[in-house]
Design a protein. Structure first.
Length: 195
């Protein structure tokens, strides 16, 4: 019983630390010269990927959900732009809660593929693309209505261009760092130290 208790405590502490690391990394963003907006971070989502890989998608979803609430609190000024309750709900869901929570599913291919590095990258690519889709939807149905883009582009084209300009580099950077860190941290990724 004590062992299960200490494992639960360890999981909670590690998850809190990973949320903190991800939050700090999200504050150091840079704009690519190609970006139409948004910021590129240095692997701010990788800590959530690690939690998912170590403790399962279920725990990863919970951890990523908590992270999404923290990101929403830090970006609360975006929610204040809503002109009504429905717009606020859409911003909360598509720019924060769903967009960040989905990262918790990054381990979805872990036990389905022989090549674990490929499973890691595929999980990152799929979950980050779902996050991109959330931001895209928000861009089309919320932000384009609030602030039409200054270039006069159609809402779907502007939204995918704007959001992909920071999400695609984020996918590439996180995938590269995950692959490079996998071998030295393989026991950690696989949770072998928990057994």
């Amino acid at each position: 019983m004590e062992n299960a208790k200490s494992l639960t405590t360890r999981r909670l502490v590690e998850s809190a630390v990973m949320i903190a690391i991800g939050t700090v990394l999200s504050m150091f963003e840079f704009k690519g010269p190609w970006a139409l907006g948004g910021g590129i971070t240095f692997c701010s989502m990788l800590p959530l990927v690690l939690v998912s890989w170590r403790y399962s998608c279920r725990w990863g979803l919970f951890t990523a959900f908590v992270h999404s609430l923290l990101q929403m609190l830090l970006g609360i000024s975006n929610v204040q732009y809503a002109t009504n309750v429905w717009t606020a709900i859409l911003i909360i869901l598509f720019d924060y809660v769903i967009a960040y929570s989905v990262i918790g599913l990054a381990a979805m291919f872990k036990n389905r593929m022989k090549n674990q590095q490929a499973a890691l990258v595929l999980g990152i690519v799929v979950t980050f693309l779902i996050r991109l889709a959330c931001h895209y939807i928000s861009g089309v149905i919320v932000w384009e209505v609030l602030w039409p883009n200054e270039l006069g582009w159609a809402a779907p084209i502007w939204s995918i261009s704007y959001n992909a300009s920071y999400m695609v580099p984020e996918i590439i950077i996180t995938s590269i760092v995950a692959v490079l860190s996998y071998r030295p941290l393989q026991k950690y990724y696989q949770g072998e130290d928990l057994k």
